[in-house]
Ligand binder design. Structure first.
Ligand SMILES: *[C@@H]1O[C@H](CO)[C@@H](O)[C@H](O)[C@H]1NC(C)=O
Ligand SMILES: *[C@@H]1O[C@H](CO)[C@@H](O)[C@H](O)[C@H]1NC(C)=O
Length: 168
């Protein structure tokens, strides 16, 4: 059954190369299946718990799904007060996408009166890039130095699959 092996090999090829060439940004559905909703009383830390279980990196996006609510990005002080007059970001269209473009902390709250107080708020930490950019004196080649570790691993898997494909 040589043809099925060739086919399998091609499938592996395809999947690996897809992975290999896409920038590894992830879209997170905030709060999982429930989305962005006022938590129950005993669950008022649910969003920070959800955030704590995930690792966010630059260029990942957050998707907020909700009904009759809103998403605001605010400062730390405003987050603690659950109030913002000039949010950094505001959306209330039911499906907000927010891209995390910088490392650091992001403070999200609901803009609906009382919802933030009841736990509809969240802090997201975006990690520094894995390989920080080189300083002004780049003696080594910056592209190699900045190579994403995940991409290298993907490349190794790719080569391994190729061997499996050939010698199967
Ligand atoms: C994030 O995306 C921007 C624009 O698409 C790109 O220029 C930048 O290199 C990306 N940053 C990382 C760390 O992937
Ligand atoms: C770059 O190298 C020069 C000479 O080796 C040194 O004087 C300078 O301080 C370095 N600059 C940085 C940003 O490291």
């Amino acid at each position: 059954m040589a043809s099925s092996k060739v086919f399998l090999c091609l499938v592996f090829f395809f999947l690996c190369s897809l992975n290999f060439f896409t920038v590894l940004a992830t879209e997170f559905n905030v709060g999982g299946d429930k989305g962005w909703v006022v938590p129950t009383v005993k669950d008022d830390q649910v969003y920070n718990q959800w955030a704590g279980k995930n690792r966010f990196k630059i260029n990942d996006t957050l998707r907020f799904e909700y009904k009759k609510d809103s998403v605001l990005v605010v400062t730390k002080e405003e987050y603690e007060k659950c109030k913002s007059s000039h949010p950094i970001f505001f959306s209330n269209n039911g499906k907000s996408i927010y891209k995390l473009e910088q490392p650091g902390l992001y403070y999200f709250i609901s803009g609906v009166s009382g919802h933030c107080e009841r736990g509809l708020k969240m802090i997201i930490k975006v990690l520094e890039p894995a390989a920080p950019p080189q300083s002004a004196n780049h003696t080594s080649t910056p592209t190699v130095a900045g190579a994403n570790v995940a991409n290298v691993i993907n490349g190794m898997v790719f080569v391994a699959m190729l061997f499996v494909g050939i010698f199967m």
